[in-house]
Design a protein around this ligand. Structure first.
Ligand code: ACO
Length: 276
């Protein structure tokens, strides 16, 4: 199936019953992101946006690292004298780590299997969920390289960390583990490493059981209305609801109400109304 999306050298795509695993695949460099990887990720995510076999997207890293941030040698130093190459790599990096991932049409989960440094915070925050191994190591290490969290990192960190916690980690560069990341609410939860994959797949399967049109509208509505004032949000959410009712071929709203009120065969709980 991955062949339909294309051939890749620095990333891997694996499929499993509606779940698409998008894997940064430079384990020998701890999945640090260099320009060729950014270009491949941009191409892959763009193709997956309209892929009918992708119900949930899981982003993770090969080996024992999620992503060691931008490649200090090939993304930074090698492009110092190449402004055009720098601009292209920077655009591709921003495009996949934020623009395409943040509003990816299906639910997204970051499975943080190890090191997560620097620019890796952007795709981490862009994903709807993040599940970390308890012993994963996170760090806004930029200050230790004589720089600060650029790209979009300072901005996305402001979305998820408190003012005090953000400044503490940005200015000290101190690392922290997956347990702490869960305590800070940087990730959804942290689990023992041995359970990481199973817990991630469990969440993905739960999401696969829900109406995909409602899921898409729900994440778009929440993520976009956060940036609006109340009058704009109220108006936008009304329009979004109408859009969903018109666009949903399952007619989920009507089905759910009918099954509960008329047919009395669906009791609201953790599961969706009976689909299909
Ligand atoms: N950029 C370029 N190369 C990297 C990076 C990176 N961000 N991270 C790791 N590598 C390379 C190393 O240079 C090394 O290459 P080599 O085998 O050719 O010498 C290889 O990956 C393995 O790295 P080690 O340091 O040997 O692996 P170890 O498991 O001991 O440590 C760790 C992993 C903790 C991730 C360490 O490599 C590290 O601190 N990397 C930098 C992390 C960082 O601060 N990233 C933020 C960059 S700034 C930004 O993103 C904006």
């Amino acid at each position: 199936m991955a062949g339909e999306i294309g051939e890749f050298q620095h990333i891997r795509i694996e499929r499993e019953d509606g779940i698409t695993w998008l894997i940064l695949n430079r384990p020998e460099k701890r999945n640090a992101t260099h320009p060729p990887l950014h270009f491949e990720m941009q191409r892959a995510i763009t193709a997956l946006e309209t892929d009918p076999d992708t119900g949930v997207l899981i982003l993770t890293g090969a080996g024992d690292s999620f992503c060691a941030g931008q490649d200090l040698k090939e993304y930074f130093r090698a492009l110092d004298a190449d402004p055009v190459g720098r601009a292209r790599a920077r655009k591709a990096s921003h495009d996949w780590t934020w623009e395409r991932l943040w509003l990816f049409p299906r639910p997204t989960i970051a499975m943080v299997n190890g090191y997560c440094f620097g620019n890796a915070f952007t795709p981490l925050v862009a994903c709807d969920f993040a599940i970390a191994a308890e012993d994963a190591v996170f760090g806004l290490s930029e200050i230790n390289w004589g720089i600060f969290p650029g790209g979009l990192v300072s901005r996305v960190v402001a979305d998820v960390l408190s003012y005090r916690d953000a400044l503490y980690y940005i200015l000290t560069g101190r690392p922290f583990d997956g347990r702490k990341a869960a305590e800070l609410r940087l990730v959804t939860c942290a689990v023992p490493r041995a359970e990481l994959r199973a817990e991630t797949v469990k969440l993905a399967r739960e999401l696969l059981g829900k109406n995909p049109y409602a899921l898409r509208a729900a994440k778009e509505a929440y993520k976009l209305c956060r940036l609006m004032d109340y009058a704009q949000a109220y108006n936008y959410l009304a329009a979004k609801s109408a859009e969903l009712r018109g666009a949903d071929p399952e007619h989920g709203r009507e089905q759910g109400i009918r099954q509960f009120i008329d047919e009395k065969r669906y009791r609201p709980g953790f599961e969706s109304y009976q689909r299909g």
